[in-house]
Ligand binder design. Structure first.
Ligand code: SAM
Length: 296
């Protein structure tokens, strides 16, 4: 994974900050064990969520494990989290398998989720987090194994689950064709030799969680909403984030000329790029957050 992807995840932080559903978050605060919990975050990327949860006072001590299939991203997370801690005057120390941030021990685990779930794990987590991840895996297949990583009755918080609706404004005549083709690509994607994603993960999680005997205790929307401010600039690094979204769509569709003709895709992207540069492009992605307890 390139440093471009790390920049994309860092740019996503302010977008997620606005999007995360506060009603669901309040339920997480209620369910999170007060004393030094063991938290496992899967598909943790750069580790921006552990920083956010410390900022928001949801975790401050205990152990927080970042699991990701991308070794380079995990390596970047050590530096990113140290810089984040320094900016807040928090003491941090690099350790062989992670780092110490204030009273929180952060462990880095390099593993592909499906493979990780196939192994036995003696130490279970009190809280399990997946942010912008469950729409990238075969969620129905992995959910029972994921929930078994929790102590009985442990809390899960599954957030930013894409739900098959994207809006670009101003509208363009090719929007439906482009997004329809992109959703098909999501539904057919294979990564790490396994099915990897479903474009309607959000709404389906209601049923999948119930089938796994862990129905949601709270759920709600966590839509990404991006627009430029009155000065025509996007907040933070969000123009980069939006450019990355357009690149993701481009990369997915340029090998599928049968679904969107190359000239149409190029024309659509040219218009979107121009609108982005002018601060005119609005982007909305519908997503859902869930919180609940593992069976037992
Ligand atoms: C969209 S990013 C989200 C990262 C982070 N949760 C965040 O919100 O900033 C998805 C992350 O999941 C990881 N990932 C995707 N599929 C995975 C898998 N099968 N096993 C482990 N990690 C995976 C990717 O490497 C990436 O870091």
């Amino acid at each position: 994974m390139t440093s471009d992807y790390a920049r994309y995840l860092a740019a996503k932080t302010t977008v997620d900050d606005r999007a995360l559903n506060r009603h669901v978050l309040a339920e997480l605060r209620r369910l999170m064990p007060a004393d030094a919990p063991r938290v496992l975050e899967v598909g943790a990327g750069l580790g921006t969520m552990v920083a956010r949860l410390m900022d928001w006072g949801v975790v401050s001590a205990g152990e927080y494990t970042l699991l990701d299939a991308d070794r380079q991203l995990l390596a970047s997370s050590r530096r990113w989290l140290c810089d984040w801690a320094a900016a807040r005057g928090l003491r941090s120390e690099l350790l062989p398998d992670g780092l110490q941030v204030g009273d929180l021990r952060v462990r880095l685990v390099h593993a592909e989720l499906g493979t990780y779930l196939e192994a036995a794990h003696e130490v279970l987590a009190d809280a399990l987090i997946a942010n912008a991840v469950l729409d990238l895996v075969d969620v129905r297949a992995v959910l029972p194994g994921l929930l078994r990583l929790l102590v009985p009755g442990g809390v899960y918080w599954f957030t930013i689950n894409y739900d098959g609706e994207t809006i670009f404004e101003p509208g363009h005549p090719l929007d439906d064709q482009v997004m329809g083709a992109y959703h098909r690509d999501m539904d057919e994607r294979i990564r790490y030799g396994r099915p990897a994603g479903e474009s309607r993960t959000g709404r389906r999680l209601f049923h999948y969680l119930r089938a796994a005997e862990a129905p949601a205790l709270a759920a709600g929307p966590s839509d990404w909403v991006l627009s430029a401010g009155p000065d025509g600039n996007y907040p933070g690094d969000e123009a980069y984030f939006l450019r990355s979204i357009l690149s993701t769509i481009q990369n997915a569709l340029q090998s599928r000329p049968d679904r969107v003709a190359p000239a149409d895709l190029a024309a659509w992207l040219a218009v979107r790029d121009r609108q982005l540069a002018a601060g005119e492009l609005v982007y909305i992605a519908h997503q859902l957050d869930f919180v609940g307890r593992s069976p037992g």
